[in-house]
Design a protein around this ligand. Structure first.
Ligand code: B4P
Length: 189
């Protein structure tokens, strides 16, 4: 079992690379962004609660995110392991994930940081807006907000995971397959 976190700014390719890893290795994918968008689409109370945060590029409150992950982990006991994609995004979430995994006797093996310069993130998200229908991709101000929130709230987690000796930095610019090869080397799979 291999459990790891994908850390990276919005548009760094966390979802793109997760899809390839799932296909090849059968990991369970826990993408908090995907889950919120699915809940929103189904009109559930959780989706309605998250909507304002997603639309404005802000983070959904920690207690909501942690509660949701707790439920998904319980519902998904699995051997191959978990990809935590876009979670944790704050120190509170990182500590909650450590506690949750410890309570289940599951290790967090590694944390991969996908590094991509801001200018390329802006290009990718603006391009994705043409097909994704995502309101948070369609507005340049919201994109800037998401990048700022990442730098303020999420980037400090690199220190947290460096201290645990779990952080691997992966350059996230280049062809998707090239980046995938780097990730496989980093994970030794
Ligand atoms: P997420 O769904 O996590 O969205 P993301 O960061 O925009 O996407 P990702 O990095 O996965 O990029 P992708 O592979 O799609 O978050 C959305 C929102 O949900 C947040 O703003 C927040 O409100 C909320 N949320 C989520 N998790 C939360 C949490 N834990 N706590 C609180 N709030 C939370 O790639 C982007 C684009 O680039 C795609 O179009 C792709 O095709 C392209 N691309 C990828 N790799 C490429 C490459 N190598 N070259 C060229 N293009 C590439």
């Amino acid at each position: 079992m291999l459990n790891f976190v994908f850390l990276g700014p919005p548009g760094s390719g966390k979802g793109t690379q997760s899809a390839k890893l799932i296909e090849d290795f059968g990991f369970i994918h826990l993408s908090t962004g995907d889950i919120f968008r699915a809940e929103l689409k189904s009109g559930s109370p959780l989706g309605l609660e998250a909507k304002g945060y997603l639309d404005s590029g802000q983070l959904v409150p920690d207690e909501v995110v942690v509660r949701m992950i707790e439920q998904k982990l319980d519902a998904n006991a699995h051997n191959a392991g978990y990809i935590f994609d876009g979670f944790p995004r704050t120190q509170v979430q990182a500590e909650a994930l450590d506690a949750l995994l410890e309570s289940k006797g599951m290790p967090l093996n590694q944390v991969l940081l996908l590094e991509v310069p801001d200018a390329i993130l802006r290009e990718r998200l603006t391009e994705r807006a043409k097909t994704s229908g995502r309101s948070d991709d369609a507005n340049p101000e919201i994109i800037e907000k998401r990048i700022r929130v990442y730098q303020q709230e999420t980037l400090p987690l690199t220190d947290y995971y460096s201290k645990q000796e779990k952080l691997s930095r992966v350059p996230g610019v280049g062809h998707i397959d090239e980046i995938y090869a780097r990730i496989r080397i980093a994970l030794s799979i």
